[in-house]
Design a protein around this ligand. Sequence first.
Ligand SMILES: *[C@@H]1O[C@H](CO)[C@@H](O)[C@H](O)[C@H]1NC(C)=O
Ligand SMILES: *[C@@H]1O[C@H](CO)[C@@H](O)[C@H](O)[C@H]1NC(C)=O
Ligand SMILES: *[C@@H]1O[C@H](CO)[C@@H](O)[C@H](O)[C@H]1NC(C)=O
Ligand SMILES: *[C@@H]1O[C@H](CO)[C@@H](O)[C@H](O)[C@H]1NC(C)=O
Ligand SMILES: *[C@@H]1O[C@H](CO)[C@@H](O)[C@H](O)[C@H]1NC(C)=O
Ligand SMILES: *[C@@H]1O[C@H](CO)[C@@H](O)[C@H](O)[C@H]1NC(C)=O
Length: 392
Amino acid sequence: MALQKVVNVCLFVLTMAVGTLGSGHHFDVTEYSASPKGSFDSNKMAFLDAWQAMCGFNGNATLIVPTGTFQVAPLIFAGPCKPGQHKLKFLGTLVAPSDWDKEHEAWIEFRELNDIVIEGGGVLDGQGANAWSQKKKNMPISVHFMKVNKGRITNLSIKDSKGFHIAIHQSDNVVIRAITITAPFDSPNTDGIHISGSSHVRITGLTIGTGDDCVSIGPGSYNITVANVHCGPGHGISIGSLGKYQDEDNVAHIKVKNCTIAGTTNGLRIKTWPGSTASEAFNITFENIKLDNVSRPIIIDQDYCPNNQCNPNEPSRVKLYDIIFKHIQGTSNTQDAVTLKCSKLVPCRDVRLIDINLKPLFSSLVHSIDSFCSNVLGLALGIQKPNPCLQH
Ligand SMILES: *[C@@H]1O[C@H](CO)[C@@H](O)[C@H](O)[C@H]1NC(C)=O
Ligand SMILES: *[C@@H]1O[C@H](CO)[C@@H](O)[C@H](O)[C@H]1NC(C)=O
Ligand SMILES: *[C@@H]1O[C@H](CO)[C@@H](O)[C@H](O)[C@H]1NC(C)=O
Ligand SMILES: *[C@@H]1O[C@H](CO)[C@@H](O)[C@H](O)[C@H]1NC(C)=O
Ligand SMILES: *[C@@H]1O[C@H](CO)[C@@H](O)[C@H](O)[C@H]1NC(C)=O
Ligand SMILES: *[C@@H]1O[C@H](CO)[C@@H](O)[C@H](O)[C@H]1NC(C)=O
């Protein structure tokens, strides 16, 4: 009995010690004079002071924003920091200003960091309404990863961003998990998550409803997994747009699986601009996807040219190959269930449609659905509804 007690006490002391080590040092922004009553700029200064202290701390450390609502001006959490895992725990709500000058392309930017975690169950409110009404391009991103190696964003709610909600650029080894992203269905360019120039990004367990793409995967993206994501409303999951700018990097090794997409304009899409410079996108798989009430469930569009910003007579030079759509089921609210519109200069190769089971949305005016192919080589295998335009 006595021995058991000693063992228990020892275990307890050991657990405490490990717990303290594991959680590391805490930096609460309110101890740096952030306050729910503070102005955008004074809270920004307090957040940055807390960040400087945490970033300079050698070892694991956590910056805490407690419960309450904090308005905060655009800020950059820049590294490099001292070694250790740096964590930001947002328990409360952060509110962005409704406008700011051009200096900041993002509201909350994380730059040149190694091993960073953002979590806490809080809310990031981008206050986008003003920006949306201006209908301008390149509106600020709410959460921007720039040159982050080993980053995690989890357990947050991000809403009403002016531009993209989350953007990942020039980063490696990033996990985005258990996030809710919301903005009105008619808010322009409010993509849920945009990735470019990055590799090893895993997006899983999200609910995203915005006015633009749910997830968009741009040039220079490699080894990206999107799994267990629910999209809608919005424009669906997109690879692209690709080929808009000179000398773009390729896109490869992309997997989108076990997702549901409802009430969106597109479902699973690859879009490239006409008249672009040469690049490639390959080894892309869309698998186990449920679509409901989608306007263009499966679409490859190599004539993507919104607002006539291109010469539509020039074919796209983005070469698409090794593209798989597998186990895709659900309903279309237009006749255009499957559209594979490829470049006449570089036709799509090795496109495989495997077990495609789509039907017209019961409550819509659509009575039949079709597939359309141009300049595409590939195979259709297994169940095929609509009738495939590829060799069956
Ligand atoms: C720092 O945090 C990481 C990740 O949670 C953990 O694996 C590591 O053991 C921690 N290091 C210390 C010294 O507590
Ligand atoms: C999310 O954050 C809240 C608030 O900190 C916490 O209670 C909850 O356990 C977290 N959920 C997960 C899955 O980590
Ligand atoms: C991505 O994964 C592929 C296949 O697993 C591998 O060959 C390639 O080197 C990886 N690319 C990058 C940029 O990590
Ligand atoms: C598929 O995603 C749903 C949530 O969207 C999740 O509940 C389920 O566990 C996932 N299935 C697999 C096999 O990962
Ligand atoms: C294709 O991409 C997957 C990841 O989605 C990767 O595991 C696989 O190795 C890649 N195939 C080739 C041939 O590179
Ligand atoms: C289909 O989606 C649209 C939005 O895109 C929505 O307005 C409509 O109510 C949905 N219809 C059904 C039957 O779910």
